[in-house]
Design a protein around this ligand. Structure first.
Ligand code: ZN
Length: 289
């Protein structure tokens, strides 16, 4: 079953560019050039060697917790005194289409895409804003200082390059960019991107460690990894401005597919978002401990 899932994932990765209307973060306009960077995924750090099957992990987690799925019992003490920068993807008001940002690889792309939406029109920028506020509360309760790349879900906000510059200039110990995908029905689950083909200012090892910690925490919380992109929930990328320009440990999380009704139900639910925010907080704590 596990092997079959990997094959499906690889097949999906090869056709991902055709599927993705995605607003994978700031790369919506460059989806046709997005690469799954299979060399990185199949390298020495491949998680397939060490990660238990998510189903097994979920069962084990449930057993360890005597059947409870409560993720609030995790140890978040490592967050005390640390600074976390949260980037709720996109903005309440999209920028003019002709406003550009640098992409970090010598080109330009849109300042900020409008993001995806559910079929009923619930926008990604509202999902990312809502879950950012839940994550902020959890982190602050654990004693962390939280910074945000935008102030509300109404107005324009900084372009993606400016967000990265502000993150870099801050005292942040880690940066998490929050998104949801827009893909085909049946494509489900979360994936996390850290930098691939790193540039001199990037922190590739730390960013990959952060991605793994958050992935592990999300799997332990019973959240399914993507069945259509990446490998075991990890999808390193070199085409995201926010990662290309970062000098921090940074990841971009796609929490699910807003065009799939089962994923959407979780993303629209305050409880569904809370489970995910708690898992991200746990992954951050594990990374910082
Ligand atoms: Zn997005």
């Amino acid at each position: 079953m596990h092997r079959r899932r990997i094959l499906m994932t690889l097949t999906a990765a090869l056709t991902a560019t055709a599927l993705a209307s995605c607003t994978i973060g700031d790369a919506e306009d460059t989806a046709s050039t997005a690469s799954p960077v299979t060399g990185v995924q199949t390298g020495a750090a491949s998680p397939t060697d060490t990660l238990p099957d998510p189903t097994t992990a979920q069962l084990k987690d449930s057993e360890d917790r005597s059947g409870t799925a409560d993720t609030t019992t995790g140890d978040l003490t490592a967050l005390a005194g640390r600074t976390i920068y949260i980037d709720p993807g996109h903005a309440g008001t999209a920028p003019p289409a002709d406003l550009t940002a640098i992409d970090g690889r010598g080109g330009t792309k849109a300042c900020n895409t409008s993001g995806t939406a559910s079929d009923a029109g619930w926008p990604e920028h509202t999902f990312t804003w809502e879950i950012s506020q839940q994550l902020k509360t959890i982190l602050e309760e654990a004693g962390a200082t939280v910074l945000l790349t935008r102030a509300d879900d109404v107005n324009r906000a900084d372009c993606i390059d400016e967000r990265a510059y502000k993150e870099n200039a801050s005292a942040a110990d880690a940066v998490v960019s929050l998104h949801a995908d827009g893909s085909g029905t049946g494509n489900t689950g979360f994936h996390i991107s850290a930098i691939a083909d790193p540039l001199p200012d990037n922190l590739p090892t730390e960013s990959a460690d952060l991605a793994t910690s958050v992935r592990d925490a999300m799997v332990a919380a019973g959240l399914p990894t993507s069945n259509y992109l990446g490998t075991d929930g990890l999808y390193p990328r070199s085409d995201l401005t926010g990662l290309n320009l970062s000098s921090k440990p940074k990841i971009l999380i796609e929490f699910g597919n807003m065009r799939d009704l089962s994923d959407l139900a979780q993303l629209e639910s305050a409880d569904g978002r809370k489970v995910r925010a708690q898992a991200v907080a746990q992954g951050l704590a594990d990374f910082l401990s």
